[in-house]
Ligand binder design. Sequence first.
Ligand SMILES: C[S@@+](CC[C@H](N)C(=O)[O-])C[C@H]1O[C@@H](n2cnc3c(N)ncnc32)[C@H](O)[C@@H]1O
Length: 269
Amino acid sequence: MADADSMTGTPPKTDKRTAREAVGEGTGPVSRINLGLKALLRDNPWPEFGYGEIEPFFLALDGNGRGGREIIFDTIRKRNIQLMVEVGCFLCGSTLQWLRSSDKLTIIGVDPWDGNWAAYIERMALDPIQSRSVWHLGDEQVATIVANLRRHGNFCVAMNNVRLYKQRFYPVRRHSPEALSYLHVRGIVPELIYIDAGKHRDDLDAAYKLFPNAVLCGDDWLWPDEKGVLRMQEHVKAFAAEHGFTVQSSRQSWLLIPPDQAPGEAAKG
Ligand SMILES: C[S@@+](CC[C@H](N)C(=O)[O-])C[C@H]1O[C@@H](n2cnc3c(N)ncnc32)[C@H](O)[C@@H]1O
């Protein structure tokens, strides 16, 4: 498989520092063999699977297209984002949305893809609110998805959904925030990080500490926890106040705008 850098002819989206600086180590010999996207793919390969033998599908947890993700699409396009990290890909419905928004975009998808989501999808299809995400699918299609998840597991089913984008998608089966450090020591420098995982503040802190120039954005702006607290919104607002960012939000989506780039139209969150 071609590396994204060699495919697009654009400069490698990796760190220009020396290997030792990139891994942040003191003395000791440092190998460059772990640096960059090629090495990432070598160590995080796509699973062996009969791609195309099961039906791919589109299932994004974005309220049936009403999650406000336009602010993210706009940013990808306007800022010509070429390397993005998505934290929390699920069945890669959102990943498909980003990939389709720009053919220059390469995505590193961070998700453990562990457990099995078959029962979750079955329940989702019956839930009055959550079922919006599967409205576009027929009952038979939902039943097939559930059966395929039981048979092949989350990872293969998710990868089958993005199989046409194999050249532009790098799966990393790890947990954030550790996964962000894992990318950092490999000299990988994302230009945008989208967070849609555990609603934890530490994902945001790690993303900013490791990749201070990356656009930070994500989902769950209006997601209430069991006490009705909009947990991610609280984290994002506190983070923004501490670091002087402005928050732009639209429905479930949020985007942090650094102090030096705050445009007039960005609404304070
Ligand atoms: C709400 S779903 C993501 C939905 C997806 N972005 C979409 O719109 O279709 C949350 C995902 O986060 C993943 N996840 C949970 N904790 C995580 C962590 N610490 N690091 C990375 N992914 C995590 C879960 O496995 C799950 O796939």
